[in-house]
Design a protein around this ligand. Structure first.
Ligand code: UD1
Length: 429
Protein backbone atom coordinates (compact mmCIF):
# COMPACT_ATOMS: atom_id res chain seq x y z
CA UNK A 1 0.00 0.00 0.00
CA UNK A 2 1.31 3.48 -0.87
CA UNK A 3 2.57 5.99 1.69
CA UNK A 4 3.31 9.67 1.53
CA UNK A 5 6.74 10.57 2.90
CA UNK A 6 7.40 14.18 3.90
CA UNK A 7 10.59 15.87 5.08
CA UNK A 8 9.21 18.86 6.92
CA UNK A 9 10.47 22.39 7.22
CA UNK A 10 10.30 23.80 3.68
CA UNK A 11 8.26 26.93 3.07
CA UNK A 12 5.71 26.77 0.25
CA UNK A 13 6.28 29.16 -2.66
CA UNK A 14 4.69 28.99 -6.11
CA UNK A 15 1.36 28.18 -7.74
CA UNK A 16 -1.14 25.44 -6.92
CA UNK A 17 -3.93 24.90 -9.46
CA UNK A 18 -7.24 24.23 -7.69
CA UNK A 19 -9.23 21.27 -9.07
CA UNK A 20 -12.95 20.89 -9.65
CA UNK A 21 -14.85 20.19 -6.43
CA UNK A 22 -15.38 16.52 -5.59
CA UNK A 23 -18.52 17.34 -3.61
CA UNK A 24 -20.00 19.24 -6.56
CA UNK A 25 -18.96 16.70 -9.20
CA UNK A 26 -20.59 13.73 -7.45
CA UNK A 27 -24.19 15.09 -7.32
CA UNK A 28 -23.83 16.55 -10.84
CA UNK A 29 -22.82 13.12 -12.16
CA UNK A 30 -25.80 11.58 -10.37
CA UNK A 31 -28.07 14.17 -12.02
CA UNK A 32 -27.26 12.53 -15.36
CA UNK A 33 -29.73 9.80 -14.33
CA UNK A 34 -32.57 12.33 -14.69
CA UNK A 35 -32.41 12.56 -18.50
CA UNK A 36 -32.04 10.25 -21.50
CA UNK A 37 -29.96 12.98 -23.12
CA UNK A 38 -26.21 13.65 -22.65
CA UNK A 39 -25.01 15.69 -19.68
CA UNK A 40 -21.52 17.08 -20.26
CA UNK A 41 -19.56 18.09 -17.18
CA UNK A 42 -16.39 20.14 -17.42
CA UNK A 43 -13.67 20.32 -14.77
CA UNK A 44 -14.45 16.90 -13.24
CA UNK A 45 -11.58 16.05 -10.88
CA UNK A 46 -9.63 12.85 -11.41
CA UNK A 47 -10.24 11.14 -8.07
CA UNK A 48 -10.93 7.66 -6.76
CA UNK A 49 -14.45 8.68 -5.66
CA UNK A 50 -15.29 9.94 -9.15
CA UNK A 51 -14.04 6.71 -10.73
CA UNK A 52 -16.11 4.66 -8.29
CA UNK A 53 -19.24 6.69 -9.01
CA UNK A 54 -18.69 6.20 -12.76
CA UNK A 55 -18.78 2.43 -12.07
CA UNK A 56 -21.88 2.74 -9.90
CA UNK A 57 -23.70 4.82 -12.51
CA UNK A 58 -22.61 2.33 -15.18
CA UNK A 59 -24.47 -0.32 -13.25
CA UNK A 60 -27.69 1.69 -13.73
CA UNK A 61 -27.02 2.09 -17.46
CA UNK A 62 -25.09 5.36 -17.69
CA UNK A 63 -22.54 5.44 -20.53
CA UNK A 64 -19.67 7.87 -20.32
CA UNK A 65 -16.89 9.15 -22.51
CA UNK A 66 -13.97 11.38 -21.67
CA UNK A 67 -13.06 14.24 -24.03
CA UNK A 68 -9.99 13.67 -26.15
CA UNK A 69 -8.66 11.07 -23.76
CA UNK A 70 -4.94 10.60 -23.98
CA UNK A 71 -4.23 8.33 -21.07
CA UNK A 72 -0.76 9.41 -20.00
CA UNK A 73 -1.07 13.07 -20.73
CA UNK A 74 -4.35 13.58 -18.92
CA UNK A 75 -3.84 11.24 -16.03
CA UNK A 76 -4.64 13.02 -12.80
CA UNK A 77 -6.02 16.20 -14.38
CA UNK A 78 -9.59 17.49 -14.30
CA UNK A 79 -11.48 16.39 -17.39
CA UNK A 80 -14.62 16.97 -19.43
CA UNK A 81 -16.85 13.91 -19.22
CA UNK A 82 -20.07 13.15 -21.13
CA UNK A 83 -22.68 11.08 -19.27
CA UNK A 84 -25.64 9.50 -21.05
CA UNK A 85 -28.37 7.57 -19.24
CA UNK A 86 -30.30 6.72 -22.39
CA UNK A 87 -31.90 3.68 -20.81
CA UNK A 88 -31.93 2.90 -17.12
CA UNK A 89 -31.21 -0.82 -17.02
CA UNK A 90 -31.29 -1.35 -13.26
CA UNK A 91 -32.96 0.60 -10.45
CA UNK A 92 -31.09 -1.28 -7.70
CA UNK A 93 -27.93 0.15 -6.14
CA UNK A 94 -26.31 -2.83 -4.40
CA UNK A 95 -24.64 -2.91 -1.00
CA UNK A 96 -21.23 -3.81 -2.48
CA UNK A 97 -21.12 -0.43 -4.25
CA UNK A 98 -23.09 1.90 -1.93
CA UNK A 99 -21.09 0.79 1.12
CA UNK A 100 -17.89 2.05 -0.54
CA UNK A 101 -19.13 5.62 -0.95
CA UNK A 102 -22.00 7.17 0.96
CA UNK A 103 -22.87 9.73 -1.73
CA UNK A 104 -23.89 6.92 -4.10
CA UNK A 105 -27.02 6.55 -1.92
CA UNK A 106 -28.14 9.79 -3.58
CA UNK A 107 -29.08 7.91 -6.80
CA UNK A 108 -32.33 7.19 -4.96
CA UNK A 109 -33.66 10.67 -5.89
CA UNK A 110 -33.26 10.61 -9.68
CA UNK A 111 -34.09 6.90 -10.01
CA UNK A 112 -37.34 7.33 -8.12
CA UNK A 113 -38.27 10.51 -10.01
CA UNK A 114 -37.56 9.10 -13.48
CA UNK A 115 -38.31 5.37 -13.08
CA UNK A 116 -40.87 5.66 -10.26
CA UNK A 117 -38.97 3.07 -8.27
CA UNK A 118 -35.57 2.58 -6.66
CA UNK A 119 -33.99 0.00 -4.41
CA UNK A 120 -30.89 1.38 -2.79
CA UNK A 121 -28.76 -0.21 -0.09
CA UNK A 122 -28.44 1.61 3.22
CA UNK A 123 -24.92 3.10 3.21
CA UNK A 124 -23.86 1.40 6.43
CA UNK A 125 -21.42 2.63 9.06
CA UNK A 126 -18.95 5.39 8.47
CA UNK A 127 -15.78 6.35 10.28
CA UNK A 128 -16.87 9.91 11.10
CA UNK A 129 -20.28 9.22 12.65
CA UNK A 130 -23.52 7.33 12.31
CA UNK A 131 -24.80 9.38 9.34
CA UNK A 132 -28.40 8.10 9.13
CA UNK A 133 -30.74 8.52 6.12
CA UNK A 134 -33.95 9.51 7.90
CA UNK A 135 -34.05 12.97 6.27
CA UNK A 136 -33.94 11.47 2.78
CA UNK A 137 -36.74 9.05 3.62
CA UNK A 138 -38.98 11.68 5.25
CA UNK A 139 -38.40 14.09 2.37
CA UNK A 140 -39.14 11.56 -0.37
CA UNK A 141 -42.24 10.41 1.55
CA UNK A 142 -43.41 14.04 1.59
CA UNK A 143 -43.23 13.91 -2.23
CA UNK A 144 -45.59 10.91 -2.17
CA UNK A 145 -43.15 7.98 -2.28
CA UNK A 146 -43.93 4.73 -0.47
CA UNK A 147 -40.81 3.68 1.32
CA UNK A 148 -39.98 0.44 3.13
CA UNK A 149 -36.75 -0.86 4.55
CA UNK A 150 -36.24 -4.48 3.45
CA UNK A 151 -33.11 -6.50 4.26
CA UNK A 152 -30.85 -3.49 4.46
CA UNK A 153 -32.32 -1.83 1.36
CA UNK A 154 -34.46 1.29 1.07
CA UNK A 155 -37.24 0.30 -1.33
CA UNK A 156 -38.97 3.38 -2.73
CA UNK A 157 -41.96 3.41 -5.06
CA UNK A 158 -44.10 6.12 -6.59
CA UNK A 159 -46.20 4.30 -9.22
CA UNK A 160 -47.99 7.47 -10.31
CA UNK A 161 -44.93 9.68 -10.05
CA UNK A 162 -43.81 12.06 -7.32
CA UNK A 163 -45.99 15.02 -6.34
CA UNK A 164 -44.68 18.41 -5.18
CA UNK A 165 -45.12 19.39 -1.53
CA UNK A 166 -43.74 21.62 1.20
CA UNK A 167 -41.01 19.97 3.29
CA UNK A 168 -39.02 21.43 6.16
CA UNK A 169 -35.73 19.70 6.92
CA UNK A 170 -35.54 19.21 10.71
CA UNK A 171 -31.74 19.42 10.35
CA UNK A 172 -29.58 20.87 7.57
CA UNK A 173 -28.31 18.11 5.28
CA UNK A 174 -26.30 18.62 2.11
CA UNK A 175 -27.05 15.16 0.72
CA UNK A 176 -30.77 15.21 1.51
CA UNK A 177 -31.07 18.67 -0.09
CA UNK A 178 -29.33 17.42 -3.27
CA UNK A 179 -31.66 14.43 -3.46
CA UNK A 180 -34.88 16.35 -2.84
CA UNK A 181 -33.96 19.04 -5.38
CA UNK A 182 -33.29 16.36 -8.01
CA UNK A 183 -36.43 14.38 -7.19
CA UNK A 184 -38.70 17.46 -7.09
CA UNK A 185 -37.45 18.62 -10.50
CA UNK A 186 -39.48 15.80 -12.10
CA UNK A 187 -42.40 15.85 -9.60
CA UNK A 188 -45.88 17.13 -10.45
CA UNK A 189 -46.42 20.69 -9.27
CA UNK A 190 -44.51 22.86 -6.84
CA UNK A 191 -42.13 21.76 -4.07
CA UNK A 192 -40.92 24.16 -1.39
CA UNK A 193 -37.94 23.02 0.67
CA UNK A 194 -37.37 24.87 3.95
CA UNK A 195 -34.17 24.80 6.03
CA UNK A 196 -32.36 23.51 2.95
CA UNK A 197 -28.55 23.36 2.86
CA UNK A 198 -27.01 26.54 1.37
CA UNK A 199 -23.65 25.06 0.33
CA UNK A 200 -22.19 26.28 -3.01
CA UNK A 201 -22.42 22.70 -4.30
CA UNK A 202 -26.24 22.94 -4.02
CA UNK A 203 -26.15 26.10 -6.16
CA UNK A 204 -23.87 24.38 -8.69
CA UNK A 205 -26.35 21.48 -8.95
CA UNK A 206 -29.43 23.74 -9.23
CA UNK A 207 -27.72 25.82 -11.96
CA UNK A 208 -27.04 22.62 -13.91
CA UNK A 209 -30.60 21.32 -13.46
CA UNK A 210 -31.98 24.68 -14.64
CA UNK A 211 -29.81 24.40 -17.77
CA UNK A 212 -31.38 20.96 -18.24
CA UNK A 213 -34.85 22.55 -18.16
CA UNK A 214 -35.70 22.41 -14.44
CA UNK A 215 -37.37 25.40 -12.74
CA UNK A 216 -35.55 25.96 -9.46
CA UNK A 217 -35.22 29.24 -7.56
CA UNK A 218 -33.67 30.06 -4.19
CA UNK A 219 -30.74 27.61 -4.27
CA UNK A 220 -28.08 28.94 -1.91
CA UNK A 221 -30.77 30.16 0.54
CA UNK A 222 -32.66 28.07 3.11
CA UNK A 223 -35.86 28.16 0.99
CA UNK A 224 -35.72 26.45 -2.40
CA UNK A 225 -38.74 26.44 -4.76
CA UNK A 226 -38.99 23.88 -7.51
CA UNK A 227 -41.71 23.81 -10.20
CA UNK A 228 -41.75 20.23 -11.48
CA UNK A 229 -41.37 19.60 -15.23
CA UNK A 230 -42.25 16.51 -17.32
CA UNK A 231 -38.73 15.80 -18.52
CA UNK A 232 -35.21 17.18 -18.51
CA UNK A 233 -32.77 17.49 -21.39
CA UNK A 234 -29.00 17.38 -21.71
CA UNK A 235 -26.72 20.32 -20.92
CA UNK A 236 -23.09 21.36 -20.63
CA UNK A 237 -22.02 22.57 -17.20
CA UNK A 238 -18.82 23.33 -15.27
CA UNK A 239 -17.93 21.99 -11.83
CA UNK A 240 -17.00 24.80 -9.39
CA UNK A 241 -13.48 24.95 -7.90
CA UNK A 242 -12.97 22.84 -4.78
CA UNK A 243 -13.37 25.09 -1.72
CA UNK A 244 -12.10 22.37 0.63
CA UNK A 245 -8.94 21.87 -1.42
CA UNK A 246 -8.56 25.68 -1.50
CA UNK A 247 -8.89 25.97 2.28
CA UNK A 248 -6.56 23.03 2.82
CA UNK A 249 -3.70 24.59 0.84
CA UNK A 250 -4.35 28.02 2.37
CA UNK A 251 -3.91 26.41 5.79
CA UNK A 252 -0.78 24.59 4.60
CA UNK A 253 0.79 27.93 3.62
CA UNK A 254 -0.31 29.51 6.91
CA UNK A 255 1.43 26.57 8.62
CA UNK A 256 4.77 26.53 6.75
CA UNK A 257 5.01 30.18 5.75
CA UNK A 258 5.65 31.24 2.16
CA UNK A 259 3.73 32.74 -0.74
CA UNK A 260 1.38 30.67 -2.90
CA UNK A 261 -1.17 31.47 -5.61
CA UNK A 262 -4.16 29.11 -5.43
CA UNK A 263 -4.94 29.31 -9.11
CA UNK A 264 -8.62 29.33 -10.10
CA UNK A 265 -9.82 29.46 -6.47
CA UNK A 266 -12.85 31.60 -5.56
CA UNK A 267 -12.90 33.31 -2.17
CA UNK A 268 -16.72 33.72 -2.24
CA UNK A 269 -16.97 29.93 -1.77
CA UNK A 270 -15.21 29.98 1.62
CA UNK A 271 -15.25 33.47 3.14
CA UNK A 272 -15.54 32.26 6.75
CA UNK A 273 -12.62 29.85 6.50
CA UNK A 274 -10.40 32.39 4.73
CA UNK A 275 -11.22 34.94 7.39
CA UNK A 276 -10.10 32.47 10.04
CA UNK A 277 -6.84 31.88 8.12
CA UNK A 278 -6.31 35.67 8.03
CA UNK A 279 -6.80 35.86 11.79
CA UNK A 280 -4.02 33.30 12.26
CA UNK A 281 -1.64 35.85 10.73
CA UNK A 282 -1.58 34.99 7.02
CA UNK A 283 -2.46 37.44 4.27
CA UNK A 284 -5.20 36.20 1.96
CA UNK A 285 -6.15 38.18 -1.15
CA UNK A 286 -8.45 37.43 -4.06
CA UNK A 287 -6.80 38.41 -7.33
CA UNK A 288 -7.93 37.81 -10.91
CA UNK A 289 -6.23 34.45 -11.32
CA UNK A 290 -7.13 33.06 -7.90
CA UNK A 291 -6.34 33.53 -4.21
CA UNK A 292 -2.91 34.55 -2.97
CA UNK A 293 -1.88 33.36 0.50
CA UNK A 294 1.29 34.60 2.18
CA UNK A 295 2.76 34.31 5.64
CA UNK A 296 6.16 35.73 6.43
CA UNK A 297 7.94 36.33 9.69
CA UNK A 298 5.30 36.33 12.38
CA UNK A 299 4.16 33.16 14.10
CA UNK A 300 0.71 31.58 13.98
CA UNK A 301 -1.97 33.23 16.14
CA UNK A 302 -4.48 30.93 17.89
CA UNK A 303 -8.11 31.22 16.70
CA UNK A 304 -11.22 29.44 18.05
CA UNK A 305 -13.58 27.88 15.50
CA UNK A 306 -16.90 26.05 15.52
CA UNK A 307 -18.00 24.05 12.50
CA UNK A 308 -21.37 24.98 11.03
CA UNK A 309 -23.37 24.48 7.84
CA UNK A 310 -22.52 26.96 5.06
CA UNK A 311 -21.73 29.87 5.27
CA UNK A 312 -20.12 28.84 8.60
CA UNK A 313 -16.72 27.20 9.03
CA UNK A 314 -16.91 23.83 7.17
CA UNK A 315 -16.51 20.55 9.03
CA UNK A 316 -14.42 19.36 6.07
CA UNK A 317 -11.70 21.87 7.08
CA UNK A 318 -11.80 21.17 10.81
CA UNK A 319 -9.00 18.56 10.85
CA UNK A 320 -6.72 20.68 8.66
CA UNK A 321 -7.28 23.72 10.87
CA UNK A 322 -6.42 21.67 13.94
CA UNK A 323 -3.16 20.73 12.19
CA UNK A 324 -2.41 24.44 11.80
CA UNK A 325 -3.32 25.25 15.42
CA UNK A 326 -0.90 22.64 16.80
CA UNK A 327 1.92 25.16 16.24
CA UNK A 328 0.02 28.34 17.18
CA UNK A 329 1.37 30.70 19.83
CA UNK A 330 -1.22 29.84 22.47
CA UNK A 331 -4.46 27.94 23.07
CA UNK A 332 -7.33 27.44 20.62
CA UNK A 333 -10.68 25.67 20.95
CA UNK A 334 -12.10 23.77 17.99
CA UNK A 335 -15.73 22.65 18.28
CA UNK A 336 -17.30 20.11 15.91
CA UNK A 337 -21.10 20.37 15.59
CA UNK A 338 -21.82 18.47 12.34
CA UNK A 339 -20.43 14.97 12.93
CA UNK A 340 -20.20 13.41 16.38
CA UNK A 341 -17.04 11.42 15.83
CA UNK A 342 -14.77 13.58 13.77
CA UNK A 343 -11.71 13.84 16.00
CA UNK A 344 -9.87 10.76 14.84
CA UNK A 345 -6.90 12.86 13.71
CA UNK A 346 -6.30 14.03 17.30
CA UNK A 347 -4.37 10.94 18.40
CA UNK A 348 -2.23 11.02 15.27
CA UNK A 349 -1.42 14.74 15.63
CA UNK A 350 -0.39 13.95 19.21
CA UNK A 351 2.08 11.40 17.78
CA UNK A 352 3.72 14.34 15.98
CA UNK A 353 4.11 16.16 19.30
CA UNK A 354 0.87 18.17 19.35
CA UNK A 355 -0.81 18.95 22.69
CA UNK A 356 -4.54 18.38 22.33
CA UNK A 357 -7.20 17.41 24.86
CA UNK A 358 -10.82 16.59 24.16
CA UNK A 359 -13.81 17.80 26.09
CA UNK A 360 -17.00 16.47 24.49
CA UNK A 361 -17.27 17.96 21.03
CA UNK A 362 -14.47 20.46 21.65
CA UNK A 363 -10.74 19.97 21.14
CA UNK A 364 -8.47 22.22 23.14
CA UNK A 365 -5.18 22.72 21.33
CA UNK A 366 -2.14 24.12 23.17
CA UNK A 367 0.25 25.29 20.49
CA UNK A 368 3.79 23.89 20.67
CA UNK A 369 6.88 25.59 19.16
CA UNK A 370 7.74 22.62 16.95
CA UNK A 371 6.18 19.32 15.80
CA UNK A 372 8.44 16.31 15.21
CA UNK A 373 8.02 13.87 12.29
CA UNK A 374 6.64 10.35 12.92
CA UNK A 375 4.77 7.57 11.10
CA UNK A 376 1.01 8.29 11.24
CA UNK A 377 -2.18 6.97 9.76
CA UNK A 378 -5.68 8.32 9.36
CA UNK A 379 -9.14 6.91 8.97
CA UNK A 380 -10.76 9.47 6.72
CA UNK A 381 -10.04 11.83 3.91
CA UNK A 382 -9.84 15.19 5.68
CA UNK A 383 -8.02 13.70 8.69
CA UNK A 384 -5.32 12.31 6.36
CA UNK A 385 -4.65 15.67 4.79
CA UNK A 386 -4.41 17.33 8.22
CA UNK A 387 -1.50 14.98 8.89
CA UNK A 388 0.12 16.05 5.63
CA UNK A 389 -0.17 19.71 6.67
CA UNK A 390 1.33 18.96 10.07
CA UNK A 391 4.07 16.88 8.43
CA UNK A 392 5.02 19.80 6.17
CA UNK A 393 5.89 21.87 9.22
CA UNK A 394 7.25 19.09 11.45
CA UNK A 395 10.99 18.65 11.95
CA UNK A 396 12.28 15.48 10.28
CA UNK A 397 10.37 12.80 8.44
CA UNK A 398 6.64 12.05 8.58
CA UNK A 399 5.11 9.06 6.82
CA UNK A 400 1.36 9.14 6.23
CA UNK A 401 -0.07 5.66 5.75
CA UNK A 402 -3.35 4.63 4.10
CA UNK A 403 -2.90 7.05 1.24
CA UNK A 404 -6.04 5.76 -0.48
CA UNK A 405 -8.03 8.17 1.68
CA UNK A 406 -6.13 11.08 0.13
CA UNK A 407 -6.65 9.72 -3.37
CA UNK A 408 -10.41 9.83 -2.79
CA UNK A 409 -10.42 13.60 -2.53
CA UNK A 410 -7.14 15.32 -3.44
CA UNK A 411 -6.03 15.43 -7.05
CA UNK A 412 -2.21 15.14 -7.51
CA UNK A 413 -1.54 16.18 -3.90
CA UNK A 414 2.18 15.39 -3.80
CA UNK A 415 2.77 16.94 -7.22
CA UNK A 416 0.98 20.17 -6.27
CA UNK A 417 2.89 20.51 -3.00
CA UNK A 418 6.31 19.54 -4.34
CA UNK A 419 5.79 22.07 -7.15
CA UNK A 420 5.87 24.69 -4.37
CA UNK A 421 9.03 23.43 -2.74
CA UNK A 422 7.67 20.84 -0.29
CA UNK A 423 9.80 17.72 0.09
CA UNK A 424 7.08 15.11 -0.36
CA UNK A 425 6.92 11.86 -2.28
CA UNK A 426 4.73 8.82 -2.71
CA UNK A 427 6.39 5.58 -1.72
CA UNK A 428 5.01 2.26 -2.93
CA UNK A 429 5.54 -0.58 -0.50
C1 UD1 B 1 -21.70 16.25 2.71
C2 UD1 B 1 -20.29 16.21 2.17
C3 UD1 B 1 -19.29 16.01 3.30
C4 UD1 B 1 -19.49 17.08 4.37
C5 UD1 B 1 -20.95 17.14 4.83
C6 UD1 B 1 -21.24 18.29 5.76
C7 UD1 B 1 -20.48 15.30 -0.06
C8 UD1 B 1 -20.21 14.18 -1.00
N1 UD1 B 1 -20.16 15.11 1.21
O1 UD1 B 1 -21.94 14.98 3.31
O2 UD1 B 1 -17.97 16.11 2.75
O3 UD1 B 1 -18.69 16.78 5.49
O4 UD1 B 1 -21.81 17.30 3.66
O5 UD1 B 1 -20.89 19.49 5.17
O6 UD1 B 1 -20.93 16.34 -0.48
N2 UD1 B 1 -27.99 13.53 8.85
C9 UD1 B 1 -29.05 12.94 9.48
N3 UD1 B 1 -30.00 12.29 8.73
C10 UD1 B 1 -29.91 12.22 7.38
C11 UD1 B 1 -28.81 12.85 6.71
C12 UD1 B 1 -27.88 13.50 7.48
O7 UD1 B 1 -29.17 12.97 10.71
O8 UD1 B 1 -30.80 11.61 6.75
C13 UD1 B 1 -26.97 14.23 9.67
C14 UD1 B 1 -25.56 13.65 9.50
O9 UD1 B 1 -25.37 12.52 10.33
C15 UD1 B 1 -24.72 14.83 9.94
C16 UD1 B 1 -25.52 16.03 9.43
O10 UD1 B 1 -26.85 15.55 9.20
O11 UD1 B 1 -24.64 14.88 11.34
C17 UD1 B 1 -25.00 16.66 8.16
O12 UD1 B 1 -24.80 15.65 7.20
P1 UD1 B 1 -24.98 15.91 5.64
O13 UD1 B 1 -24.99 17.38 5.38
O14 UD1 B 1 -26.13 15.11 5.15
O15 UD1 B 1 -23.63 15.30 5.06
P2 UD1 B 1 -23.43 14.56 3.68
O16 UD1 B 1 -24.37 15.12 2.67
O17 UD1 B 1 -23.40 13.09 3.88
Amino acid sequence: MDRIRISGGAKLNGTIPISGAKNAALPLMIASLLTDDTLTLENVPHLADVELLIRILGNHGVDYSVNGRRENQEKGYSRTIHFTAHTIVDTTAPYELVSKMRASFWVIGPLLARMRQARVSLPGGCAIGTRPVDLFIDGLRALGANIDIESGYVVAKAPKGLVGNRFTFPKVSVGATHVLVMAASLAKGETVLENAACEPEIVNLADCLNLMGARITGAGTPTIRIQGVDSLSGARHRVIPDRIETGTYAMAVAMTGGDVLLEGARSDLLETALDVVRRTGAEVTQINSGIRVTRNGNGIAPVDVTTEPFPGFPTDLQAQFMGLMTMAKGRSRITETIFENRFMHVQELVRLGAKISLSGQTAIVEGVPQLKGAPVMATDLRASVSLVIAGLAAEGQTEVNRVYHLDRGFERLEEKLSGCGAVIERVSV
